[in-house]
Design a protein around this ligand. Structure first.
Ligand SMILES: [Fe+2]
Ligand SMILES: [Fe+2]
Length: 312
């Protein structure tokens, strides 16, 4: 095997450790700082919540939709980080004896994801204090983690790279530039983004390292598994879009007819697919890494699967 990429890789693991040490933050002292969520502000920015799709709603109702979506955004991260952390710990076993730099980088990654889950549990409880009762998010992180981890490592790492890249894209392109957002909500995702930058680099290193050990048949299975995982994510998004639309309709202080309710649910699902599937699938780095590993036919198979997500 060519030794130069290995030397470069070791340097990248070392730089992740350095970055992890320099940005490290504390949930209460740095992020929350004694603040509460403000109900007069939006939580999730328009670029992610696709508020323009909610054509029948007033300005205040749209703000409520952005708050519901922000609540779900925090909960989705809390959900997926359970499986991500378990996978990172599993991958770290390759370095228990041997490369202690790579081991430290992955252990820090794991430690950060544990902290992020605690942050998102805290955010969930804090938003619960400010918004009306009746919101539901009924997924068990352990059940989801067990289901994801039953898939092949190639597929799990591809899904993880996708998630950690879109996290950064969302912050830089949508959350940071929006002046109308809750300052606290913005800070939650500013601090989260600071630690996620290293994670995406490590996901890529580990995906490429794992990919080099596979046969063509195993990689092909990985592509099928990745498509199945995206389908499972979409199943979660469909259920949550139904749940969030129903919460909105019950709590929006007016009667909503069947037709409008269907439109609202479809708008939630469109926003969630944009947030958790399509914005990441089109991320230039994700496309670059994936196309460097797979054949044209495999790429087309993934595209075809994305194009045929069922309608609400
Ligand atoms: Fe995280
Ligand atoms: Fe992460």
């Amino acid at each position: 095997m060519n030794a130069i990429p290995e030397v470069l890789d070791r340097d990248r693991y070392a730089r992740c450790i350095k970055a992890s040490k320099s940005v490290r933050w504390d949930i209460e002292e740095d992020v929350i700082r004694g603040r509460r969520f403000d109900r007069t502000k939006k939580y999730l920015p328009d670029g992610l919540s696709l508020l323009d799709e909610f054509t029948t709603l007033s300005r205040e109702e749209k703000r409520f939709v952005s708050q519901i979506q922000g609540w779900t955004y925090a909960n989705i991260f809390g959900l997926v980080e359970r499986y991500i952390n378990a996978k990172v710990l599993e991958l770290s076993s390759a370095y228990w004896t041997g490369d202690q730099i790579a081991l430290e980088a992955l252990i820090r990654f794991s430690d950060e994801e544990l902290k992020h889950q605690a942050l998102f549990r805290r955010v969930n409880e804090m938003i619960r204090e400010t918004l009306p009762s009746g919101y539901g998010f009924d997924f068990d992180p352990d059940d989801v983690a067990r289901a994801v981890l039953a898939s092949s490592t190639w597929a799990v790492l591809a899904l993880t790279l996708h998630i950690e890249l879109f996290t950064q894209l969302h912050y830089r392109q949508s959350i940071d530039p929006d002046a109308e957002l809750s300052e606290l909500f913005k800070d939650v995702f500013l601090y989260h983004w600071k630690e996620e930058s290293q994670h995406a680099i490590l996901d890529e290193l580990e995906l490429k390292r794992h990919d080099r050990t596979l046969t063509d048949e195993q990689r092909d299975q990985g592509v099928d598994d990745f498509i199945a995982l995206v389908g499972a994510v979409d199943g979660i998004l469909q259920a949550q879009a139904r749940s969030d639309a129903s919460y909105f309709v019950v709590r929006c202080s007016r009667l909503v007819g069947v037709e409008e309710r269907t439109q609202i649910e479809a708008a939630f699902l469109k926003a969630y697919r944009w947030q958790y599937i399509l914005s990441g699938a089109g991320h230039p780095r994700f496309v670059e890494v994936l196309t460097s590993l797979i054949t044209e036919e495999q790429g087309q198979r993934i595209q075809a699967a994305l194009a045929t997500l069922p309608q609400a």
